[in-house]
Design a protein around this ligand. Sequence first.
Ligand SMILES: Cc1cc2nc3c(=O)[nH]c(=O)nc-3n(C[C@H](O)[C@H](O)[C@H](O)COP(=O)(O)O)c2cc1C
Length: 320
Amino acid sequence: MQIGTVSIDGPILAPMAGVTDLAFRTICAQMGAGLTVTEMVSSRALVYQDRKSQGLLKKTPSGPMAVQLFGNDPEVMSRAAVIAYERSGCEILDINMGCPVPKVAGNGDGSALMLDPDRAASIVEAMKKAVPIPITVKTRIGWDRGNINILSFAKTLESAGADALTIHGRTKTMQYSGLADWDIIGKTRKLLSIPVIANGDVFGPKEALSCKARTGCELLMIGRASFGNPWVFQQVAAALKGETVPELPALRKRMETAAEQFALSVVDKGEYIACLESRKYLSWYLHGVAYSGYYKEQISKIKTAEDVSAVIRGIQKDLR
Ligand SMILES: Cc1cc2nc3c(=O)[nH]c(=O)nc-3n(C[C@H](O)[C@H](O)[C@H](O)COP(=O)(O)O)c2cc1C
């Protein structure tokens, strides 16, 4: 599949704040993600040269990458687009028009743009003029049940020049509750000529096949199912190609991948931050593993790289 001139071969890793950092994107790209997306980056912070935000722009070493920007001012967004493109060397820039978090939506950013289609269109137009790469938008189906406006909103964004649209099949007020509505994603896809990427509740190969059948979308985006499970990309990729789905590797191997993610994180952020952050994602690698309570507790106390190695060695020795 193509987004503008960029070829996407495999399911897409969703942008997730606090999750899709350089280390995790690197691992997911190795496991078959066809596109990886950064955590959302504030356009204002980039324009004000905030160091922490600049640090989010590091390029995934393999496969195409999109940087996701949030903001609501076309001028600021276009200046941030230039900074993000030049600093990261990303292949795609994505605009966040779906985030429901009060700090974002309450500022008129993220999902609030669904209520202001003219402003949303101006942002796309301004960014298209600013950089020579595809501009995509990630949004939801509407603000709330009474305001499901994805059909008209999508048309507006396409007319403004968006090169692709990702739709998370929930409203802003649903946050992550209920079920993603794949049917309305399919309806929207039929209305547009640009690629539509389906998102929401693709938890594995089975859901991926249902989602593709219901939406007609070739491109699927996966978020939460990737937590501690980057193998979901190779499994979903195989299912979508009609190939045999590879089995999840044994826990021993999975923990090698967890160790690799930690090592990449140390290089990116230093040992102290990498250790604190490992407390979250290492326990994700134990999801569904029997008798893992003791090690989950050890993970919650990690302070040094030595602690990480000891926990991983212990898990490999004691658990299956
Ligand atoms: C921890 C977390 C952080 C997220 N951060 C972002 C973000 O920065 N930008 C964005 O567009 N969506 C964000 N999302 C939404 C996901 O990209 C995705 O739309 C959502 O999780 C639904 O997909 P899923 O059912 O495959 O998880 C986030 C979701 C989670 C769980």
